[in-house]
Design a protein around this ligand. Structure first.
Ligand SMILES: Cc1ncc(COP(=O)(O)O)c(C=O)c1O
Length: 433
C-alpha cells in the first residue's frame, strides 16, 4: 500500500479538524534512537518527538523490555480497584521528585485529563469555580481544558464549566511586556494580576494555572521569577498555583527538572503527561495531600496508571535519572541554541530564538517588523523535512518553528540537525514572499 492510499483513506474516515503535518503527509513506520523512517524509506532525524512525547527516543531496550515483562504476566489491565505495584512505585517516585511536600499522585491517560483532575481538586478545595488562566496557553481539549486555553485556534467551543479571567502571557515581542525593560516586566505582570483579581473576579478564586514555557503557544515564556511574584499575591487570599508541566517537565529545560523551578516557587499542584510514558498513554496530577484529598465523591480512571503504562513510566523515569538526561538537555540544547543564534539570529526575518534546554523555538516575522510570517514558517518547516529533519510548528500566529527532540539527543545529532535547520532557514529567507 502506498502512502497516498493511506492519505485518501485517512481523509475519508478521520475528521478534518485533526490536522496532518506537511503538504505531503508521511507515515512513520519504524524508529530507533532519534531517527524515524517513513513508508517511502526516507529517514529523518526527529526534533519533535511526536510533540515532545518520545522523550527518551525510539525503541529503547530498557523501556521495551519493561513493557514486555508486564505483558508476559498476562495482566495488561486490572483497574484501580486492585493494587497495581507498578503504579504505586511510580507514584512514590513522582511524589518524591515533584518538590511538593507530602504529595499525592493521581494518574490519568492524557494531559487534558490531568488538567481536568487538577481543576477538579482545586475547585473542590476552594469551593469556587473561578480560575485564572494565561493568554496564549494550551491545556487540552475537554470543555474545562479548552476553557482555560487562551488560543482561538484551539478553542473549539465556548462552553465552559469554569469562570475564567485572563492574565497577560510572558510574550515579550508584542503586548504588555514588550514595551518594558526586563526589570519592569515582573512588576507589570504582578500589577496585571492584581488588576484582574480586582476587576474580573468575585474574589475566592480557586487557582491560577500556567505553563512555565507555553508549548502550543510557541515556547513563549515569562521572565524567570514571575511565578514566585504571582504566588505572593495569590497567597494573600489562598489561591492555589497549578504548574502545567506537560511539556516542560522531566528535565527538558536543562537548567531545572521542572519548569516551575526557574521561578523559585513550589506549586500546589503539578500536571504531567507526554514524555513520562515515552509514547504509552500516561499522565497525571501530583499535589499537596490536603488539596488532592479534597474530592468529595468517588472518582477514578479506568485506564489511568494501568500496569502497562506505569511499567513504561517506571522504566522511562529510571532511564532519565540514571543517564542524567537533564544535564544532556542543558549541554546539547546549548549547542543548538548558540548555533541558531549565531547562524540565523541576525536575519531580519528571525524575531527571536528562544526557549530552554531541548525546548527551542524560532519565531519568524516580516523583515524588520514584529508582524508574524506564518508563510515563511511553513517554508522552513517543509525545507527541514526535505533536508531530513522533523520539527514542529506553533505560536498564536503559526509563525514559530518548534524543536523538542528526545532528551537523549547526542551532540553529533544536534550539530547534524542544526546544519539542516540553518540551511532551511537561510534558503527560505531568500525566497520572495
Ligand atoms: C501544556 C499542555 N498541557 C496539556 C496538554 C494536553 O495533553 P493531551 O494532548 O495529552 O491531552 C498539552 C498537549 O499538547 C500541552 O502541551
Amino acid at each position: 500500500m502506498t502512502s497516498d492510499d493511506l492519505l485518501a483513506r485517512h481523509r475519508a474516515v478521520l475528521p478534518s479538524w485533526m490536522p496532518l503535518y506537511y503538504d505531503e503527509p508521511i507515515e512513520l513506520v519504524s524508529g530507533s534512537g532519534r531517527r524515524v523512517t517513513d513508508a517511502q524509506g526516507r529517514s529523518y532525524l526527529d526534533f519533535f518527538g511526536g510533540v515532545l512525547t518520545n522523550m527518551i527516543g525510539y525503541d529503547i531496550p530498557e523501556i521495551r523490555e519493561a513493557v514486555q515483562r508486564q505483558l508476559a504476566t498476562g495482566i495488561v489491565h486490572s483497574s484501580t480497584l486492585y493494587l497495581i505495584r507498578q503504579q504505586v512505585e511510580l507514584a512514590e517516585k513522582i511524589a518524591r521528585i515533584s518538590g511538593i511536600p507530602d504529595a499525592r499522585v493521581f494518574f490519568t491517560n492524557s494531559g487534558t485529563e490531568a488538567n481536568e483532575a487538577a481543576l477538579l481538586v482545586a475547585t473542590n478545595y476552594r469551593r469556587s469555580h473561578q480560575i485564572l488562566a494565561v493568554r496564549n496557553s494550551y491545556h487540552g481539549r475537554s470543555y474545562a481544558a479548552m476553557g482555560i486555553t487562551g488560543n482561538r485556534s484551539w478553542s473549539a467551543s465556548a462552553l465552559n464549566p469554569l469562570q475564567v479571567a485572563w492574565l497577560h502571557s510572558g510574550e515579550r515581542l508584542r503586548g504588555l511586556l514588550s514595551r518594558l525593560g526586563p526589570d519592569d516586566q515582573v512588576d507589570a505582570a504582578v500589577e496585571d494580576l492584581r488588576e484582574v483579581l480586582a476587576t474580573q473576579t468575585a474574589g475566592e478564586v480557586a487557582c491560577l494555572i500556567a505553563e512555565p514555557i507555553q508549548g502550543v503557544g510557541g515556547f513563549v515564556h515569562p521572565p524567570d521569577g514571575l511565578f514566585a511574584a504571582w504566588k505572593k499575591v495569590l497567597d494573600e487570599s489562598g489561591i492555589l498555583f497549578v504548574s502545567d508541566e506537560v511539556q516542560t517537565g522531566w528535565g527538558r529545560t536543562g537548567e531545572h527538572f521542572w519548569g516551575y523551578q526557574a521561578h523559585g516557587v513550589t506549586p500546589d499542584l503539578l500536571t504531567f503527561a507526554k514524555g513520562i510514558g515515552n509514547g504509552f498513554a500516561l499522565a497525571g496530577v501530583v499535589g499537596r495531600a490536603d488539596v488532592l484529598e479534597s474530592v468529595p465523591a468517588i472518582s477514578f480512571s479506568t485506564f489511568g496508571g494501568n500496569p502497562i503504562s506505569t511499567a513504561a513510566g517506571n522504566a522511562v523515569l529510571d532511564y532519565l535519572l540514571d543517564h542524567d538526561l537533564q544535564a544532556n538537555a542543558a549541554r546539547v540544547g546549548a549547542i543548538l541554541a548558540d548555533g541558531l543564534r549565531s547562524a540565523v539570529g541576525g536575519l531580519d526575518c528571525v524575531a527571536e530564538v528562544r526557549g530552554k534546554g531541548l525546548m527551542l523555538g524560532v519565531e519568524f516575522v516580516r523583515p524588520g517588523t514584529t508582524e508574524p510570517d506564518p508563510a515563511m514558517t511553513v517554508r522552513v518547516f517543509e525545507a527541514c523535512k526535505a533536508g531530513g529533519l522533523l520539527a514542529g510548528k506553533g505560536g498564536l500566529y503559526g509563525n514559530v518553528l518548534r524543536m523538542g527532540p528526545p532528551l537523549t539527543l547526542t551532540e553529533e545529532e544536534a550539530r547534524e540537525g542544526l546544519a539542516i535547520l540553518v540551511d532551511a532557514i537561510r534558503s527560505s529567507a531568500e525566497v520572495p514572499a
